[in-house]
Write a protein that binds this ligand. Structure first.
Ligand SMILES: [Zn+2]
Length: 376
């Protein structure tokens, strides 16, 4: 897991590489940005770089450190994340040792997945907080000598999940940074961190990822088909976590569903339209309807681009013929108005509205917008 396995984030990467080169690394960093922007991935890359015997910042890929492929099996890389509270857990207990054997299995499996793919979102039941005992054991380990010529790196993932006691303990560690240790906090909710902690870290912001990087991730790491990756990338709003969540949905299928919905709305086939709407609502619930509306929005946007600017820039996912037919048949359609309507419907899904009615009204409004005659 090297710098190259971090998608996008060129600015953050070059900043850190330069700091290594100039021997100006801080003792503590806070990587912050939206969920799925690659904070943990960047933390792993930095941890590996400071442990490469070549001195970095590039990995030599040949030294003992570089040859350990799973960063979570590296003796100098320590990973802290929220864990369940153990039964009768006391101060000073091993934070993992107190877990039930079942919980322990889950933790191991989750860490294995994280080690194999830093973009994996760890999911452990009842793991709400980063425990005081986890920070205590970090403190103990940071006093130990590092392995080889590298340095101990502590990655505190989702650092905003630290409870009060854990935050206090970490603050003390940050005030007196032990020896060569490097502490990296990652957080999607920086404002939930104590100001005193934030002020002791060098902050590095990770931007939401561009669509091209998410598409590349999906094809390279998740073996997604190009067309599907293309659509998911647009819907994930800069987050690989969101993209991974969407992989479970049939986005291409949803796009044909959206075309079907428009077709029924435009031809005013009420019975079939009601049936399609009920199906969308029943099978997907609120999240499904929202996803459906986003896909619909994307298709209408493609229609607008195709009509006004040509095929360059539309999502080429195999339904260009549908788009072309539509723009030829309704050359005067008020597509901007239609896009605004879908936007408004998306905003309403989160509120307490009757979803079937929302989609029915939308169909009626879209029919008016799309069959409109442009006023000259
Ligand atoms: Zn190396």
């Amino acid at each position: 897991m090297s710098w190259a396995s971090v998608y996008g984030q060129e600015h953050a990467k070059s900043l850190l590489m330069r700091a290594i080169r100039n021997r100006q690394l801080a003792h503590a960093y806070l990587f912050w940005g939206i969920e799925g922007s690659g904070k943990d991935a960047l933390a792993f890359a930095l941890a590996r770089a400071v442990n490469c015997e070549s001195g970095g910042p590039e990995l030599c890929l040949e030294c003992t450190s570089c040859r350990i492929s799973d960063p979570l099996r590296h003796p100098n890389i320590h990973f802290v994340c929220p864990l369940p509270q153990g039964k009768n857990e006391k101060a000073g207990d091993d934070p993992v040792g107190v877990l039930s054997s079942e919980e322990l299995e889950t933790v191991k499996e989750q860490l294995r997945l994280k080690g194999a793919n830093p973009y994996h979102t760890i999911q452990i039941e009842r793991a709400q907080f980063i425990k005081l005992n986890s920070i205590r054991s970090l403190k103990r380990e940071s006093a130990l000598t590092e392995y080889g010529s590298g340095r101990n790196v502590f990655i505190i993932s989702n650092a905003d999940a630290m409870n009060e006691e854990a935050s206090n303990a970490l603050l003390k560690t940050l005030e007196e940074p032990p020896g060569k240790s490097l502490i990296i906090l990652t957080s999607s909710w920086k404002e939930r961190l104590r100001e005193t902690i934030v002020s002791r870290c060098q902050m590095i912001h990770l931007e939401p990822l561009p669509e091209s990087e998410i598409r590349r991730y999906l094809v390279e790491r998740e073996d997604a088909k190009e067309a599907n990756a293309e659509l998911i990338a647009v819907l994930s709003e800069g987050s690989i976590s969101a993209a991974r969540g969407l992989l479970r949905h049939d986005i291409l299928g949803m796009r044909s569903g959206a075309i079907g919905f428009l077709r029924l709305a435009l031809t005013n086939r009420r019975g079939a339209l009601m049936h399609a709407i009920e199906e969308t609502v029943v099978s997907g619930g609120k999240p499904g309807v929202e996803q459906f509306l986003r896909v619909l929005h994307q298709w209408l946007r493609d229609a607008l681009i195709l009509r006004d600017r040509g095929p360059e820039g539309i999502h080429d996912v195999g339904d260009r013929a549908d788009l072309e037919r539509f723009t030829q048949r309704f050359p005067e359609a008020d597509l901007i108005g239609a896009l605004n309507r879908v936007d408004r419907a998306i905003a309403l899904v989160g509120k307490n509205v009757y979803l079937s009615l929302l989609l029915t009204n939308l169909a009626i409004e879209l029919r008016a917008d799309l069959t409109a005659q442009r006023r000259s």
